[in-house]
Design a protein around this ligand. Structure first.
Ligand code: SF4
Length: 296
């Protein structure tokens, strides 16, 4: 595994981010729903600096800070790679989803390299399949490592809208949409299977052009996932204020899905999907397994 210098000082870029390194007690979270497309969720960080406005992880019971502070703190699990190595016997013929409650390529990964080091462990588990899901082109820093997995790894990029002005309001600290398209293209050109997660579905400016852009990027498939709002979620007001309540309408989601089906004709290439980037526990698993379907 890649040696790391310790201790690490947060770089100036993150001076307003509360970084709270911790020693995790566990790292593999089993998925009990058999319809789930993977056996374990693996999150090298707790919290997420992307701080998406709709992210329901902010109310998870193990959150270190109140929901209103979501996006302002991250706890890197310093021992994640070692813990994973000690648990590798559980990974035989298993699927691992990275990550379920954080973004494995949020900015701190540039410094901590915990996702990379976990992937290095997974690479040594030859029967383990891996799904990496992110909103960030930072994933490209591990391009060669991802390639080394061959067809037992796929990458999902969340691109929930074709309009970066929507992204700036809803995901202000996540990378711009154009940079995500560039990441998809680089990954696909490197021979890595990439799936677009239109999730959670936000306001889309031009559905047919959006779908064509996905196809042209080299992605092998896509899924469209609806929003999952918490009880009395303040995000509802944001949707209302911007005239975006249509994203909660199943017919709207079906419109977007239809546009994607036109460019990805095989039905299994455009699926319904998780309700957001952090894959929810119960509602989505019937549709998630296809991430590893071999297409094309
Ligand atoms: S939706 Fe994903 S990227 Fe956004 S804050 Fe939540 S975990 Fe991070």
């Amino acid at each position: 595994m890649t040696p790391l210098p310790w201790p690490l000082d947060p770089p100036p870029l993150f001076k307003d981010l509360l970084v709270e390194p911790e020693e995790a007690r566990s790292i593999l979270r089993p998925q009990k729903d058999e319809r789930y497309g993977f056996g374990f969720a693996l999150s090298p960080y707790r919290g997420c600096a992307h701080g998406c406005r709709y992210c329901y992880v902010r109310e998870y019971p193990n959150a270190l800070h109140p929901p209103e502070d979501w996006g302002g703190w991250v706890a890197p699990k310093l021992n994640a790679p070692e813990l994973l190595w000690s648990q590798r016997h559980r990974l035989h013929n298993a699927r691992v989803f990275m990550a379920s409650a954080t973004d494995p390529y949020q900015p701190l990964e540039r410094q901590y390299r915990l996702s990379r080091r976990c992937l290095e462990v997974l690479l040594l588990c030859p029967t383990t399949e891996v799904i990496v899901h992110t909103r960030s082109p930072l994933v490209l820093q591990d391009l060669e490592l991802l390639r080394a997995f061959g067809d037992r790894l796929s990458v999902g990029l969340s691109i929930p809208t074709d309009d970066d002005t929507v992204r700036q309001i809803v995901e202000p600290h996540a990378p711009p949409i154009p940079s995500r398209w560039a990441a998809v293209e680089r990954l696909a050109a490197a021979g890595i299977q990439v799936t677009i997660g239109v999730a959670p579905l936000l306001a889309v400016h031009d559905p047919p052009a959006f779908a064509r852009r996905a196809k042209a990027s080299g992605a092998s498939g896509a899924w469209v996932g609806g929003l999952r709002l918490l009880k009395q979620d303040p995000f509802y007001k944001m949707l209302a204020d911007h005239g975006w309540l249509k994203v909660l309408d199943p017919d709207y989601a079906e419109t977007i899905r239809s546009a994607f089906r036109r460019v990805f004709p095989s039905r299994k290439r455009v699926r319904e999907g998780p309700a957001s980037c952090p894959v929810p526990q119960a509602m989505v698993m019937a549709t998630q397994p296809g991430l590893f379907d071999r297409v094309g």
